[in-house]
Structure formats: structure tokens, C-alpha cells
Ligand binder design. Structure first.
Ligand code: PEP
Ligand code: MG
Length: 580
């Protein structure tokens, strides 16, 4: 079976299965967004027309810059400065002297219309990005497409399509971040697109704005028309066209269950997380950007269990300086002190962010995470220095990604010790006590969990990667997503053995992979003895509610049964049967 299947239910309801890129459920009327086809003007310019064309180009560039500035301001207000940098980066390309002088020169020398030259020059940028083996770079192609269309539209004085009926679900072949931001002003309920990646800017913005999104819906724009009723289920990656009244009621119930009311959130934020039988459980937040730090207090989490520091590379595409890092970490640590902040050392490479232009055949099995940190001491030492200097409140911990062996942990610990000694000598730090943990997300680290646990202060299970490496299923490849299964007995047994190993050495063990917030998985994980979880802040209230109705005796019995089963289907069936 292919990850993308569509099956006709009794007419006229049709369900499409693809990939959920932003959680949540939307029910509403479709708005089919069809980008105006780019029309570039053919023909040779006369001498007199060349001058006029160059003036037309300047006007179009000015208008485009004004539009982008406006979008950047709205973005900053809505989702924060990190996201608005997407648009300031577009302005930088727009104002790039080298690009503009090539465009001007070609208009004059080749007598071509500005639209033709702009389109050709920006397409070259897109080709270069597409040639990258890094998904993040490839996804930036949409940003350049947005810029190209904006300049050409402004050359032809076209109008921006951003006005749509309030509360619509946008269906499009692809959406740029600017589209999402502008549509969000009309309170769109959801998005369904043919293309796009899980880590595309449009998807990240939808996640931040709580707009459910499903991507990878091939040919959806040919099946849906404006005004038709649609359901977008961003949890399951499903879109339903023309749902029957029964389907709508089912999804309305699902929507209600999944959104915890504001009063419940407030109440839960101040309550401790305890099982039905009174066992104290700890829940922390996973964050990617500092704009999310307010969620820790709002949703009642006990701190940050995973800060994905490599996102600092994302905005600029280059290594942040020690001072930039130190400011950023200090801001995070201060905002939540005395609650803990676990900074994961840069997990660059693989499917995330490439450091070199060298093309790896299998990037996820290549130069990634701890391997880069060990091979390029300058990156590791700069980051460690920034972290140690930012630890003025004593609430910062560091965590090593992608550990595959004991030697890797030891190499990084050695570098940390060296940096610590230097800073102490320079009297540059107040606090040299810092806990160092390891992520367990590679199968070899699961096997070596006891030895690793013995030499670190804590471990955290990264199921997102563990599943891909243990099951040999690329986490970003939609063709094999049906095989990416957290309830595979091998995964359940691996998780159990890591918890056992850490407890044997009296080390804290947590889980920061997405499995930790899965409603079906939580009772099982509690039964396996997990007492600490790290999930996105918005999932904390639901997490607390689920934990509150599980009794540990029942959960242990459930875990025992699941550990004896030999298929994912049997395990999932057992978990669905579990009543809490
Ligand atoms: C994981 O692999 O489970 C994890 C939490 O890290 P990331 O998703 O950033 O790889
Ligand atoms: Mg990982």
C-alpha cells in the first residue's frame, strides 16, 4: 500500500489520506486558491523601451519591498521575530546588488522584458536550492517562488490575492509562508495542499498559529471547488470532501475532545501531574524558538525538556556567534528560572541543516549531530561556552543528540571539561556545575543504554529518530510512512529496555520524541515505568488529563501484555482497549 491512498466512501463523501503537517481539526467551506499563472512578456525591447523597463523594474522592486515589510510586521506580531526573518530574508534577496545589477544589465544588453529576466535569474537560485540534498534548503524554493511571483505581479501592476471569505479552508497546490500569513488575517480554519514538506516554512507557521494543515494531497485542487464542505484532520493527515452529517458530527466530537477549553487549561496549569493512584509524573516542553517559551507557564509545564538549538541556524543558514547564542540561551533560561532548560547541542546535518555543500547519498546515516560536534570542535566549543556562560541561574542542562557509542559521549564530555576549565581560568563563569545528558535515538545506543546511562546525568529517548533507524524507515519519506510505526513491538521493547537501564543506574530518563504525547502510548509508557515526558507545550493539558485517569497497576499490566505481543496491530488493539 502506498502512503497516499484515496478511497471513495458512499457518494458523495470522499476521503483523502496524506500527511498531517499541523495538528488540529477544521470543518468549513473550501476556498480553492489558484495562483495566477506567471505570464512573462516576450518580445525585444527598443532603445526607448529599455529606459522605461528599467524604471518599471525599480517601481516593482519598491512595491514588493513595501509588501514584504508589511507581511514581516504582521508576522512578527502574530508569531514572533524568528518567523518574520523569512520575509526579511526575501527582502535581502530582492535588494541584492549582485542580482539587481545582473537583471539590469541583461535587460539593457539582451533587450528582454524585466519579467523574463527576473524569472530566469530567480529560477537559477531555485535550481541551486533544489540541487541540495537537504530538505530544509529544498523547501526554501517556495520562498523564492513567492518572491518571483511578487516582483512579476508588481511589474504588471497585478493585485495581491489575499481576500477570501472568513473561516475558509484553503486548498492549494502549494502555499508560501506569505500566503499563510495573509490568509490568517481572514481567520482561515485550515489548509490542504498538494505539495510542501513537514518542515516547510508554511507548515511551521501553521503549527504556530494553530491552523490545521494536511500536505501531500496529490491532485486535491482538481477534486475540490470553492464552497464545498471540507474537513481537515491535521492529526491523522486526512481530508474529507463533502462529509455526510454523521461524519461532521464525529469530527465535531473529535474537535471538542482535542481542544481543551481555556478554563480547563488555566486549572490544569496550576495542578501537579499525578496518576489516578497519586504517583507524581513530570512533564516538560519541547520548544524550537524562544517565542514559544511563554507556553511553559501558560500550559503548566515544569520546564523545557528539549530546546532544539539547531533552529538558531535556520533563520540565517550560518553558525550563530558565541554572543548571539549566549543572549538567546540566557533569555530562555531567565524566562523560566528556576525551572530547568535542557539545551540540546546542535543536531545539524541529516535531514535538518547541512553544514557543507558535500552531497551525502544517505544524509540521515551520514554526517549528523554528535558526529559533526566531534569533528568540528569550533562549533561544539563555541556552543558549550555560550551555554556555560548563560547558566547564571543554574537551571541549564545540555543534551547530546545522535549518540551511537560510549566513545562519542566521552569525546564530548572531554570538550566540555576543557571549555569549563578555560572559562574558570578566565573567571568568565559563575556556575560550572552543569548536567550533561544523552539522547537515545540510535539503536546502538539502546543496546549500550546501561553503559551510556552510567556515564551521563540523564537520558532522553528520541523516538522520532529511533523509529526511523530501528525500522529502516525514513521519517520524511511519504512513500513508507505507513511503516513508520511507534507501536512496532521492537520499538516498545527498546523503550522498555532504555527505561530499565537508566533506572538501574539511578539516572533520570525522559522521552522527548512525539510518542510521549500520543494518547494511546501514554498509559503504556507509564506502565513501562517512565516518569518524565517532554511534549509541545500545547499538549501538556491533555497529557495531564490522560495521566490523571491512569492507575499504575493497570498500566503495568497493560505494559506486560504489550511486551509479550509480536505485532504492532495487536499492541495497538490492546492500547485501544485500555480504558482510562
Ligand atoms: C527525536 O528524534 O525523537 C527528537 C526528539 O529529536 P528531533 O525530532 O529533533 O530529531
Ligand atoms: Mg532526533
Amino acid at each position: 500500500m502506498n502512503a497516499y491512498t484515496h478511497y471513495d466512501l458512499p457518494e458523495p463523501e470522499v476521503a483523502f489520506q496524506a500527511l498531517g503537517a499541523a495538528k488540529g481539526i477544521a470543518i468549513g467551506k473550501a476556498y480553492l486558491f489558484q495562483r495566477d499563472k506567471l505570464v512573462v512578456e516576450e518580445g525585444e525591447l527598443t532603445d526607448a523601451q529599455i529606459e522605461a523597463e528599467l524604471i518599471r523594474l525599480e517601481t516593482a522592486i519598491d512595491r514588493s519591498e513595501k509588501e514584504l515589510n508589511k507581511i514581516a510586521t504582521i508576522t512578527e506580531q502574530k508569531v514572533g521575530a524568528v518567523y518574520s526573518q523569512i520575509f526579511t530574508a526575501q527582502i535581502m534577496i530582492l535588494r541584492d546588488d549582485a542580482l539587481l545589477s545582473v537583471v539590469r544589465k541583461r535587460i539593457a544588453q539582451e533587450r528582454k522584458h524585466a519579467s523574463v529576466v527576473v524569472s530566469e535569474e530567480l529560477s537559477k537560485h531555485q535550481q541551486a536550492l533544489l540541487a541540495s540534498n537537504d530538505a530544509l534548503f529544498r523547501e526554501r524554493v517556495d520562498d523564492i517562488q513567492d518572491l518571483k511571483e511578487r516582483i512579476i505581479r508588481n511589474l504588471q501592476s497585478g493585485q495581491l490575492v489575499s481576500r477570501i471569505a472568513e473561516n475558509s479552508i484553503v486548498v492549494a497546490s502549494m502555499l508560501t509562508p506569505a500566503d499563510v500569513i495573509l490568509f490568517s488575517r481572514q481567520n482561515i480554519l485550515g489548509c490542504a495542499t498538494e505539495g510542501g514538506g513537514l518542515t516547510s516554512h508554511a507548515a511551521l507557521i501553521c503549527q504556530s498559529l494553530d491552523i490545521p494543515m494536511v500536505i501531500g494531497l496529490r491532485q486535491i485542487t482538481e477534486r475540490v471547488q470553492t464552497g464545498q464542505t471540507l474537513i481537515v484532520d491535521g492529526y491523522a493527515g486526512v481530508v474529507i470532501l463533502n462529509p455526510t452529517p454523521e461524519t461532521i458530527s464525529t469530527y465535531e466530537r473529535k474537535q471538542k475532545r482535542s481542544t481543551v477549553s481555556a478554563t480547563t487549561i488555566e486549572k490544569l496549569a496550576t495542578t501537579e501531574t499525578r496518576t489516578k493512584c497519586g504517583k507524581r509524573i513530570h512533564v516538560h516542553s519541547n520548544i524550537d524558538f524562544k517565542e514559544e517559551i511563554g507556553g511553559v507557564a501558560k500550559y503548566g509545564s515544569e520546564g523545557v525538556g528539549l530546546y532544539r538549538s539547531e533552529n538558531l541556524f535556520l533563520a540565517t543558514g550560518k553558525q550563530p556567534s558565541e554572543a548571539e547564542q549566549c543572549d538567546y540561551y540566557l533569555h530562555l533560561a531567565e524566562a523560566i528560572a528556576p525551572k530547568p532548560l535542557v539545551i540540546r547541542l546542535f543536531d545539524i546535518g541529516g535531514d535538518k541543516l547541512l553544514l557543507s555543500s558535500y552531497k551525502e547519498a544517505n544524509p540521515n546515516l551520514g554526517w549528523r549531530g554528535a558526529r559533526i560536534l566531534i569533528d568540528v570542535p569550533e562549533i561544539l566549543e563555541t556552543q558549550v561556552r555560550a551555554i556555560l556562560r548563560a547558566n547564571v541561574h543554574g537551571n541549564v542542562k545540555m543534551m547530546i543528540p545522535m549518540i551511537a557509542s560510549v566513545e562519542e559521549v566521552q569525546a564530548i564530555q572531554k570538550s566540555v571539561a576543557k571549555v569549563k576549565a578555560e572559562l574558570k581560568k578566565q573567571k568568565a563563569i559563575q556556575n560550572d556545575e552543569i548536567e550533561i545528558g544523552a539522547m537515545i535515538e540510535v539503536p546502538s545506543a539502546v543496546v549500550m543504554a546501561e553503559e551510556i546511562a552510567r556515564i551521563v546525568d540523564f537520558v532522553s529517548i528520541g523516538t522520532n529518530d529511533l523509529i526511523q533507524y530501528a525500522l529502516a524507515v525514513d521519517r520524511n519519506n511519504d512513500i513508507v510512512q505507513n511503516l513508520y510505526n511507534k507501536f512496532h513491538p521492537a520499538i516498545v521493547r527498546m523503550v522498555a529496555s532504555v527505561i530499565r537501564a537508566a533506572k538501574k543506574h539511578k539516572r533520570d530518563v525522559s522521552m522527548c520524541g512525539e510518542m510521549a504525547s500520543d494518547k494511546l502510548a501514554i498509559p503504556l509508557l507509564l506502565g513501562l515505568g517512565l516518569e518524565s515526558f517532554s511534549v509541545v507545550s500545547a499538549s501538556v493539558p491533555t497529557f495531564k488529563k490522560i495521566v490523571g485517569c491512569v492507575s499504575l497497576d493497570d498500566a503495568r499490566e497493560l505494559a506486560k501484555v504489550c511486551l509479550s505481543l509480536s505485532t504492532a496491530a495487536e499492541i495497538e488493539q490492546e492500547l485501544r482497549r485500555f480504558k482510562c
